[in-house]
Ligand binder design. Structure first.
Ligand code: NAG
Ligand code: NAG
Ligand code: NAG
Ligand code: NAG
Ligand code: NAG
Length: 394
């Protein structure tokens, strides 16, 4: 029984809403092996700007103010006014916010590392960051960085002293939660490079093959607990709506682009199939597939009901129908009468807004989505994140 050998918290520590899940599980496993909360000592994250906590900023220049204004009070390497989903995940597991692997200043990797960078894709792109805006740190590169991080950190850790306070213990690698949020940029890159919707769809199997390769690379190095976000409704994002043209019949009642969201949904259903296949091939792993799409789409569709407004308008931006202009990104400055000012500045109340800068979500939206997904209601299997170490062979 896989549940027996772990350090679980007492049942009384669990949220009351978990109890139905516990009873369900109890019917299939012996009473003494009831699933209880995991103790993840670390998180290793892979992804794009949806979970970048400083990678692209470290390599290519800081995400400027007003990024970070709501929570950090200064830019924090995140493309948001505050915390991202991966930050809420870390907090909920009682772990510090993740430092970016690429960040060489003031970093502490004792409880994990973040390999995500804004603009990352699963597949290597054939254009540079300067041509197309896509990051050179595609998912395969992120897994090479992880491989180096694992071996080199252990060499340094073994030297003792302060390094033991800054790097993970070796056993953390097999006990850690490995989180993934990547794929959106592979789909938008296709469109921005001039592909039709059909052509973008034809690329999805290859994109997911590469995704599976990355997961296996981590599994063979001892990773076991995988938490995988599907991709969001990018057809509702200003940067897509502003840059790509749609016929009136291709816009839904929320103002979102139907073909783009259709591509996201096809990607998600094939991602689900990929995860099902990975469960068969990697039986010692626990995979949780998390439906982010439905939550973000629900929030955008019923913004008012949840206390938000203007779901399709960027909070931080300048001009155009969506307060978004590719050449005047959030934080862009201009000189007025001899004084430099931020031209694309924050809106009055980011706490009431969903979209931050035309591409990314506000902290308030991320917090709302985390509240929806944290207890398992949108996960397969439907377990809370604190139980993502369930073992499928149990
Ligand atoms: C990059 O170019 C190679 C060779 O033409 C091609 O096989 C590959 O699919 C391209 N990658 C992307 C992401 O378009
Ligand atoms: C790194 O972070 C951990 C956890 O927050 C902390 O215990 C440790 O003291 C930190 N290391 C240093 C050198 O500050
Ligand atoms: C994933 O696919 C399986 C098998 O087709 C299906 O039963 C399940 O509902 C799917 N999960 C999601 C989240 O779509
Ligand atoms: C975006 O900004 C540029 C530079 O100011 C301007 O030329 C262009 O018309 C703007 N685009 C839109 C859609 O407003
Ligand atoms: C810039 O200066 C001119 C002349 O003093 C003034 O009319 C204008 O309102 C000023 N513009 C701004 C944005 O302050």
């Amino acid at each position: 029984m896989a549940y027996r050998n772990r350090n679980w918290y007492a049942i009384s520590n669990l949220d009351i809403v978990l109890l139905p899940v516990l009873f369900l599980m109890a019917s299939s496993v012996a009473a003494e092996s009831l699933p209880k909360a995991c103790e993840f000592p670390a998180i290793f994250n892979f992804g794009d700007s949806n979970s970048d906590t400083g990678g692209l900023s470290a390599a290519f220049g800081q995400a400027p103010p007003p990024n970070g204004e709501t929570y950090f009070g200064h830019p924090s390497g995140r493309y948001s006014d505050g915390r991202l989903l991966v930050d809420f995940i870390a907090e909920s597991l009682g772990l510090p916010l993740l430092c970016a692997y690429l960040n060489s200043i003031g970093t502490n990797f004792s409880h994990g590392a973040n390999f995500a960078t804004a603009g990352s894709t699963i597949r290597r792109q054939n254009t540079t960051l300067f041509q197309s805006g896509y990051s050179p740190f595609s998912l395969d590169v992120q897994t090479w960085q992880f491989t180096q991080f694992k071996s080199r950190s252990q060499f340094v850790y073994s030297q003792g002293g302060v390094f033991r306070d800054l790097l993970p213990n070796e056993e953390y690698f097999s006990k850690a939660l490995y989180t993934f949020d990547i794929g959106q940029n592979d789909l938008t890159a296709g469109y921005f490079l001039g592909m039709t919707t059909e052509e973008v769809k034809e690329n999805i199997p290859d994109i997911l093959d590469q995704f599976a390769v990355a997961i296996k690379t981590i599994y063979w190095q001892g990773g076991r607990y995988f938490w995988i976000h599907n991709t969001g409704p990018f057809g509702c994002l200003p940067y897509v709506l502003d840059r790509l043209t749609l016929r009136a019949s291709e816009v839904d009642h929320n103002g979102c682009g139907i073909p783009f969201n259709g591509v996201a949904q096809l990607f998600n259903s094939m991602l689900n199939d990929t995860v099902i296949q990975l469960r068969k091939e990697l039986p010692l792993a626990s995979f949780t597939y998390v439906d982010i799409y439905s939550n973000k789409y629900e929030l955008i569709s019923h913004a008012k009901k949840y206390g938000f407004e203007d779901p399709l308008i960027a909070c931080c931006g300048y001009g155009g129908a969506y307060n978004y202009n590719k050449t005047i990104g959030c934080g862009s400055k201009t000189v007025v009468n001899g004084t430099e000012i931020i031209l694309a500045d924050s809106c009055k109340d980011p706490l009431k807004r969903i979209n931050w800068d035309g591409v990314h979500y506000t902290q308030a939206a991320n917090n709302w989505v985390f509240g929806q997904i944290s207890q398992g209601a949108f996960s397969d299997p439907p377990l809370p994140i604190i139980m993502a170490c369930y073992n499928q062979t149990a």
